[in-house]
Design a protein around this ligand. Structure first.
Ligand code: URA
Length: 205
């Protein structure tokens, strides 16, 4: 099957996908990261949740969304009645991109080329899981899944349809909530995020 932007889709056996992602050297990001972080969850999940890229803790653990953004996601998801264990959770980009600063590793946003290179693996995971609904968390996920980098705050809470017919519910990234310093605005945005997750729980049924 030809996929837009790729010479061809990944064609290995599907249970070999995580190992293939671990071995990936398709872009330079692999050389700095500890390891690639493949998606995790049931291979027949009705919901696929897509984030941006592993963060510092995910890079060390090899598991998506286990750091601060993941813990916040889990808290809001629980209050929205969304069971994360039923979802296949992955990222648009599989390696952590960062800038070393002293002992710290400062997150850097993946660029369009990195997103595009790594879509090879996102498409392979999508083909494997074939979810009913995709929940895109943030601008990078939305861009990787829909091809559009349009403003995420204008699109959040809306449903878009991919060329392959899959439905994508667009939302913000939980790290956006972590960055908000105004408490009232954080509460308001958290409520909107909870609404999105509630809707995802209903739509995946
Ligand atoms: N942020 C993401 O987008 N994904 C992770 O796995 C962790 C933090």
């Amino acid at each position: 099957r030809q996929l837009a932007g790729h010479a061809s889709a990944w064609s290995g056996p599907m249970d070999a996908l995580p190992a293939a992602i671990h071995a990936c050297q398709r872009c330079p990001l692999h050389s700095m990261a500890t390891q690639a972080v493949p998606g995790q969850g049931p291979q027949d999940a009705r919901l696929m949740i897509v984030g941006e890229q592993p963060g510092d803790q995910e890079d060390l653990a090899g598991v998506p969304f286990v750091g601060p953004a993941g813990r916040l996601f889990d808290r809001v998801a629980q209050s929205a009645g969304l069971d994360r264990s039923l979802a296949f959770v992955t990222n648009a980009v599989k390696h952590f991109k960062f800038e070393p600063r002293g002992k710290r590793r400062i997150h850097k946003r993946p660029n369009a080329g990195e997103i595009s290179h790594c879509r090879w693996w996102l498409d392979a995971e999508l083909a494997q899981v074939s979810p009913k609904l995709i929940l895109a968390l943030g601008a990078t996920a939305a861009e990787a899944l829909t091809g559009s980098g349009d403003n995420i705050l204008a699109r959040r809470g809306t449903v878009e349809t991919r060329a392959d017919g899959t439905t994508v519910l667009i939302s913000i990234h939980p790290s956006f909530l972590l960055r908000l310093t105004d408490g009232q605005e954080r509460d308001r945005q958290t409520d909107l995020f909870r609404d999105d997750l509630r809707r995802a729980a209903a739509m995946m049924q």
